[in-house]
Design a protein around this ligand. Structure first.
Ligand code: SAM
Length: 312
């Protein structure tokens, strides 16, 4: 593999494994797909996508974005990520969703040094990649690259970082990430998380506690086990294993200014979509979404920043 840093290679390895779960549990794939094909995600009209050429920079092997673009009427998607091993995995999931082979091509490269000529694409997207780069300067370089390869009048969309992070990202996630690094037993627990094992252990705990508090028996086994799924364990691994999470440094203001400096105009934060969750997060999702509520602000700050902009 050429010139990729240890961190980049590690990030890629972790996501290849996690994205394989999108093949195993179609509810994870469906949740991402629904958001990626909802026009509220982009604040663009449906006609914009028809017949366009698209770049997905840092595509991974999740596949939902390619399927969404196909469903929106895009002509072709160039998929770029580090190294080679994500390619057969991405091909597998796209095949499962009946996407024609020639709809996508696969390119190895880094989003900080895109192997394409200036103004090559109509729509350039990069989802959840900048926050895993090693430095803010690299994220800025990546935005310059996304802009450089976009045609005049074309559009750049990026899920950048987290704006004014709340208690969850400033303290809870930070503490758990530290525990993952420092505590070998916790690391082992996270690395080997298995939803079936987790469910049965939690059910046993509930049953034994019901001897003291019979109200616990009112909780149906089915309900307790629905709280922890493959989506849950993938989410925890995703949050804790990845070596860099610089999302809290990549604010809305930072993204707006980086995009503006790279020659993009009409930069805005689309309304976004409501992510329906199936596990315990279905009880947190409303708080996560309702950014106007004081409790939501306290815990989740100003939320994840996804920006869209046009090339001048
Ligand atoms: C959170 S995953 C997102 C994948 C995909 N965009 C999605 O939404 O499912 C982050 C991806 O960024 C890729 N990545 C990390 N550093 C990169 C770089 N310098 N250039 C290109 N891709 C990179 C990783 O390999 C991984 O596939």
């Amino acid at each position: 593999m050429k010139n990729y840093s240890t961190i980049e290679k590690k990030t890629k390895e972790i996501y290849i494994e996690q994205h394989k779960n999108y093949l195993k549990d179609s509810s994870i794939f469906k949740r991402h797909l629904e958001s990626a094909q909802d026009l509220d995600t982009y604040d663009m009209p449906a006609e914009f996508f028809k017949g366009k050429s698209v770049l997905d920079a840092g595509c991974g092997n999740s596949g939902y974005f390619q399927v969404a673009m196909y469903n929106l009427g895009v002509k072709h998607v160039t998929c770029l990520d580090i190294g080679e091993d994500w390619k057969p995995e991405l091909a597998k999931i796209l095949n499962q969703h009946n996407i024609p082979v020639d709809f996508c091509n696969y390119v190895s490269g880094s989003t900080t040094d895109l192997p394409f000529a200036n103004e090559s694409f109509d729509f350039v997207a990069s989802n959840g990649v900048l926050m895993h780069l090693e430095t803010v300067e690299m994220a800025e370089l990546a935005i310059n690259e996304l802009s450089r390869v976009t045609r005049k009048g074309g559009v750049v969309y990026s899920h950048i970082g987290i704006d004014k992070p709340g208690i969850v990202d400033r303290y809870i996630v930070k503490a758990l990430r530290l525990a993952y690094i420092e505590d070998e037993e916790f690391k082992q627990f996270v690395d080997t998380l298995d939803p079936e094992g987790l469910k049965s252990e939690i059910l046993e705990i509930y049953k034994s506690c019901a001897a003291y508090d019979p109200r616990l028996l009112d909780l149906q086994d089915e309900f307790v086990s629905s709280l922890f799924t493959l989506d849950t364990t993938t989410f925890w691994q995703n949050m804790l294993q990845v070596p860099i999470q610089q999302g809290p440094l990549l604010s809305e203001d930072w993204g707006m200014s980086a995009m503006s400096n790279s020659g993009l105009i009409n930069i805005r934060r689309p309304k976004g979509t409501y992510w329906i969750r199936n596990d315990f997060r279905r009880f947190l999702a409303p708080i996560h979404y309702s950014a106007f509520s004081p409790i939501a602000k306290l815990f989740y700050g100003n939320g994840h920043v996804k920006l869209i902009a046009e090339k001048a």
